[in-house]
Design a protein around this ligand. Structure first.
Ligand SMILES: Cc1cc2nc3c(=O)[nH]c(=O)nc-3n(C[C@H](O)[C@H](O)[C@H](O)COP(=O)(O)OP(=O)(O)OC[C@H]3O[C@@H](n4cnc5c(N)ncnc54)[C@H](O)[C@@H]3O)c2cc1C
Length: 362
């Protein structure tokens, strides 16, 4: 019987990628622990759309997990495109991905994180552990945390998001690239003047766009974006809300009322950033996954989904290859190719949109 090439692993980051990886590794008999900088997991975040590729990996990582998620998620049955002043451009009664309709739904990010965390023994999730550095030699890697603790393991995985500290130390290629747009998201109570209970809404304005969709349990997710040459973060929640209302002030009344009724503290303001593809993800006993290595624009809806692919494949390679170096070399090769494909698709989509605008202008 084959056995994994490592016995113990430290995963930096208790986001959805780190947690899914811990579940996958522990299933292989690896003693995987998660180290998260936050003091507690709180009900934050907005909606995430889970797609067939990500859900298939989650199902393979832990059978039954997707059913739990589906019970908390929501599947849109029709999609409508409107202008910012409220005129309907088109509407379709089929889900966006009819072929895989059972395998596509939206869920509140917090529900996703909570369900993943509940699949792990509580003693393997170490909150209030911000990783500040690590050192590796031929036999081990030692992670150091802001709270003074250290941990020595066979493998360190950086699943610490788009501003990854692990990547900074391992590769040192600077900050993520600002992709030229700002995004504001929140979850609010369902309002029937905005959309039907099973409807997803796409609204386009000038340099602005918005997506609204139900999340189930009487809630809807709104996500509004605007092109901006410079990224910024508002100094307070009140100013974030003021900014959203100002940027969308010409939009239809029901949208403005919804924004006005949104609790300022719940609005997430995010400069949309990307990580340019790397030629190598793993060095010695340290590797990366998720946004830490391939943070991508949310427009493709693949950030979380490809992160679950990373988790599944990394665990499989650590089990199926004879030594750590071969496992990580193959992980890099496969994942660089696969995530590069999504990057390429996104670049083509952006280029064709720009071309269309150019043709309309001529
Ligand atoms: C506007 C928007 C909409 C999106 N919508 C979708 C969607 O519909 N579908 C989809 O597939 N994806 C979507 N995404 C992308 C998705 O949210 C990410 O790809 C996904 O969360 C990546 O997971 P992760 O675990 O790699 O990183 P994260 O979720 O960022 O988790 C990283 C974790 O690491 C912790 N951490 C950071 N630094 C340290 C440190 N030094 N020490 C310890 N812990 C640390 C953080 O606190 C965090 O908990 C969206 C993203 C945005 C911005």
């Amino acid at each position: 019987m084959s056995k994994p090439v490592v016995e113990n692993v430290a995963i930096i980051g208790g986001g959805i990628g780190g947690l899914a990886t811990a579940i996958a590794l522990r299933k292989q008999g690896i003693d995987a622990h998660v180290y998260e900088k936050a003091r507690e997991f709180r009900p934050v975040g907005a909606g995430v759309s889970l797609k067939p590729n990500g859900l298939r990996c989650l199902d393979a990582i832990k059978p039954g997990l997707v059913d739990k998620l589906r019970r908390l998620g929501f599947q849109v049955q029709r999609t409508t495109l409107k202008t910012s002043t409220g005129e309907t451009v088109w509407t379709t009664k089929t889900p966006m991905m009819p072929k895989d309709q059972d395998l596509t739904f939206a869920i509140w990010w917090w529900h996703l994180q909570h369900i993943l965390a509940s699949e792990l023994p509580s003693e393997v999730i170490h909150l209030n552990h911000r990783c500040v550095s690590f050192e590796q030699n031929e036999n081990t890697v030692t992670a150091k945390f802001e709270n003074g603790k250290t941990v020595e393991v066979d493998l360190l995985i950086g699943a610490d998001g788009i501003n990854s500290r692990v990547r900074e130390i391992l590769i040192g290629d600077g900050q993520p690239t600002y992709a030229g747009s700002m995004c504001w998201r929140a979850i609010v109570d369902y309002r029937d003047e905005l959309l039907l209970p099973d409807e997803g809404l796409i609204i386009r304005g000038e340099q602005t766009a918005m997506i609204l969709y139900p999340l189930g349990q009487g809630k809807i997710n709104w996500s509004a974006g605007k092109l901006f040459p410079e990224s910024f973060v508002s100094p307070s929640a009140a100013e974030t809300k003021y900014r959203v209302l100002k940027e969308f002030c010409n939009w239809m009344k029901p949208i403005l009322e919804m924004m006005a009724a949104t609790d300022a503290d719940s609005i997430l303001e995010t400069p949309i950033c990307e990580r340019l593809p790397l030629k190598q993800w793993s060095y010695g006993r340290v590797t990366l996954l998720g946004d830490a290595v391939h943070g991508m624009s949310p427009g493709g809806g693949q950030g979380a989904n490809t992160t679950f692919e990373d988790a599944y494949e990394l665990a499989a390679y650590l089990y199926n290859f004879p030594d750590l170096q071969t496992a990580l070399t193959n992980y890099d090769k496969r994942r660089i190719q696969r995530t590069g494909l999504f990057h390429l698709k996104w670049c083509i989509r952006i280029a064709s949109q720009k071309l269309l605008l150019l043709r309309q202008a001529i």
